[in-house]
Design a protein around this ligand. Structure first.
Ligand code: BES
Ligand code: MN
Ligand code: ZN
Length: 494
């Protein structure tokens, strides 16, 4: 479901909608819209502040009905926390909580005045964009594998207008483009692995190309991979009956001769670990091991919808990592497309194996920059938790660009070193490279492994093992780092 967004210049007391949203700070400080509602209603909000029913705590919400002097029959009062601590993250949180309330009400539309609140260091366009993306994310509901329900007769929340100057209109277009990419990534990420196979991802990419003029799609099959010498990708895939696919999407929004930006995403549709099999507890989460693929495809979709003025190529190696009679063994040595040989000491370190051949393949497009995203290591989750993606690159400029894009969208990354000091952890007596680096610095040695296949290119790696999904029974794909990637691409346009 996607919410329709617009801008409103209506005064809060007269907006002819079933609901309006206003913010209050802690310590009884009203935002301008809340003060106006309070004034028109004869002090309704201040009375609730005095009684303590409304406290303004960050993330709190209160629903008020039938305020005299206010056209909207419902007013959602959202707590913004302490005014001096108010920032972008708290603003996004407030938008999230407001959307949570709105989607539970029997209404189809509302006007939010949160976008009028000054957010330190951010402008009105940022507020509108962030509010729309947060609302859309909150309204998302996974339905793909439930028995179809009859459409309910109560109205459903479907349209939100933001109080903002007309000049903020382009921010809505941007938000819609980003939200479409996030939605795509979440839907694909959440699908179960018996449906979301490599062939399914390939079909989605082909559909994307058919639906969008200017997009071309090519899917390489096992024979093509064999011909190209992609021994690492084929080695991972050989234990599964679901054939691997190498998906290539191209968008040409830039000048004919501009070198493309390249996105590469890990598409392991299920990661059992292979012969180095994972423990069963929590293994179901490994359906999300294709979230790198989902995120680069989502970002690609956003770039196309936003008609970004640059050339973009997106490469997704998709495979399933299964044990079985045909599966690769620990100590197998495979020859990669680059010619380098790899000793597979642990079949559960499969992401880097499928990525290395994709990273070699993408070089034929002569990209000016390559960024890969992958749910690559548990070690990255240990290091950074579920808040920041792990960023690894030797290129300081590229690092700063990506970090800035993460800050701008609150889809943040944190840099880890890729110093040569770590490289020797990949030494082995039986091949050019081992696919694991021992017990220390697991996220970094995985990055080091990939770096062996990107020599001579500007390249960055985002380990999204912690950020791509929320855990738990109802945990869901987040769509990260689509916002970061799209922001980074928008900032790169010529
Ligand atoms: N897909 C996993 C990484 C992962 C694990 C992501 C848990 C999110 C949560 C990856 O393929 C993997 O299994 N990595 C191993 C690498 C190890 C064998 C060097 C890991 O992290 O344990
Ligand atoms: Mn694995
Ligand atoms: Zn994996």
């Amino acid at each position: 479901m996607t919410i329709k967004f617009s801008l409103s210049d209506q005064a809060p007391e007269s907006a002819p909608v079933p609901c309006i949203v206003v913010g209050v700070f802690e310590e009884r400080v009203l935002t301008a819209a809340a003060a106006r509602v309070d004034d028109k209603s004869g002090g309704a909000i201040k009375r609730l502040l005095e009684s303590g029913d409304v406290a303004g705590k960050s993330g709190s919400t209160q629903l008020l009905f039938g305020l005299a002097g206010v056209a909207a029959p419902r007013v959602v009062v959202v707590g913004l926390g302490e005014q001096k601590k108010f920032d972008g993250a708290r603003f996004a949180r407030a938008c999230n909580e407001a959307a949570r309330v709105l989607k539970g009400l029997p209404i189809d539309s509302a006007v939010s005045y949160l976008t009028e609140v000054d957010v330190p260091g951010r402008d009105a366009a940022w507020a509108v964009r962030t509010a729309a993306i947060a609302t859309d994310a909150q309204a998302y509901k996974y339905t793909a594998t439930f028995k179809p329900r009859e459409k309910s007769k109560t109205p459903e929340f479907a349209a939100l207008a933001f109080a903002a100057p007309a000049a903020a209109a382009p921010a809505l277009l941007t938000a819609n483009g980003v939200a479409a990419g996030v939605l795509f990534a979440r839907e694909l990420g959440n699908l179960p692995p018996n449906i979301c196979t490599p062939a399914h991802i390939a079909a989605q990419a082909q559909k994307l190309a058919q639906e969008h003029p200017g997009v071309s799609c090519e899917v390489l099959e096992e024979e093509d991979m064999a011909r190209l010498g992609m021994g690492a990708l084929l080695g991972v895939a050989q234990g599964s009956v679901n054939a691997p696919k190498l998906i290539v999407l191209q968008w040409r929004g830039g000048a004919e001769n501009d070198r493309p930006y390249a996105l590469v995403g890990k598409g392991v549709t299920f990661d059992t670990g292979g012969i180095s099999i994972k423990p069963s507890a929590g293994m179901e989460e490994m359906k999300f091991d294709m979230c790198g693929a989902a995120s680069v495809l989502g970002a690609f979709l956003s770039a196309v919808q936003l008609k970004l003025k640059l050339n973009l190529v997106c490469v997704v190696p998709a495979a399933e990592n299964m044990p079985g009679g045909k599966a690769q063994r620990p100590s197998d040595v495979v020859t990669t497309m680059s010619g380098q040989t790899v000793e597979v000491l642990n079949t559960d370190a499969e992401g880097r194996l499928i990525l290395c051949d994709a990273l070699t393949y993408v070089q034929k497009f002569k990209p000016q920059v390559i960024v890969d995203t992958a749910t690559l290591t548990g070690a990255c989750v240990v290091a950074l938790g579920k808040h920041a993606s792990g960023l690894m690159t030797k290129d300081d400029d590229l690092a700063n660009q990506l970090l800035a894009a993460g800050e701008a969208t609150l889809d943040r990354a944190w840099r880890l070193p890729l110093w040569d000091d770590y490289q020797s952890q990949l030494d082995t007596g039986y091949a050019d490279i081992a696919n694991i680096g021992g017990k220390y610095a697991g996220a970094i040695t995985a990055g080091c492994f990939l770096s062996r296949f990107t020599e001579g290119f500007r390249w960055a790696h985002l380990d999204i093992a912690g950020t791509a999904w929320e855990d738990g029974r109802k945990g869901s794909a987040t769509g990260r780092p689509v916002p970061l990637l799209v922001q980074w691409l928008m900032d790169r346009q010529g």
